[in-house]
Design a protein around this ligand. Structure first.
Ligand SMILES: [Zn+2]
Length: 209
């Protein structure tokens, strides 16, 4: 009996350490394209991707082993674009989500979510939309107009971080000359030959492997 009491006290203590009391915190939830935004009354917001939430379902009806409490659901068991059909937040801060994936239902204690907030107050940056035609140029167009060619390469490098030059051939030294002829020497020498049987690289190690 005393043993059980001590055990209970230990468990209570554990929860006190691991969960801050959020009873005075109020939350609002807002759906975004592929994540749920949770706002608290201190103007913080926490974003949770639907995919992450679905994978972190705590139920014992297919997601966790009831005896060992181990997670049994794999990220390949549900669609990558899973999303909530419905969601409710109770007064005691329990978030219930019914998923598009076989109407599965997950419940999350808001304490758990805030403790595991991996994207607090972050700014989402949209991925740049780059079409191949934005970075692609045809070397034949320039003929002897080296400066124009160089300028067009630079514009693409500055804007998109890459340039694809068609029809330039495979003469490495000629391509280097297009860009001034100067190279920054690396651990492998002036040029690194990517062929496995090369004999020209300064070092043939795998940088620590
Ligand atoms: Zn579940």
């Amino acid at each position: 009996m005393l043993k059980n009491f001590i055990k209970l006290k230990q468990i209570q203590q554990y929860f006190k350490i691991s969960y801050k009391h959020l009873s005075n915190t109020y939350f609002q939830i807002e759906n975004k394209s592929n994540y749920l935004r949770v706002k608290d009354n201190n103007n913080n917001y926490h974003d949770f991707h639907y995919f992450w939430l679905r994978h972190n379902c705590s139920c014992f009806k297919g997601c966790n082993n009831a005896q060992t409490k181990e997670r049994t659901i794999s990220t390949t068991d549900f669609p990558i674009d899973v999303y909530p059909l419905t969601q409710t937040l109770s007064k005691d801060n329990i978030l219930t989500i019914e998923w598009s994936d076989a109407n599965h239902v997950s419940k999350f204690d808001m304490n758990y979510l805030i403790e595991n907030s991996y994207a607090k107050n972050i700014t989402h940056v949209n991925e740049p939309i780059i079409k191949l035609s934005d970075v692609e140029i045809d070397y034949n167009k320039y003929k002897t107009q080296t400066l124009e060619y160089f300028k067009d390469c630079k514009i693409r490098l500055d804007t998109y971080g890459s340039v694809i030059v068609r029809n330039r051939g495979i003469d490495t030294e000629a391509i280097i000359q297009d860009f001034g002829g100067e190279l920054f020497h690396s651990h492998f020498g002036r040029l690194e030959d990517l062929k496995t049987d090369n004999t020209t690289n300064k070092n043939t190690d795998q940088l620590g492997n």
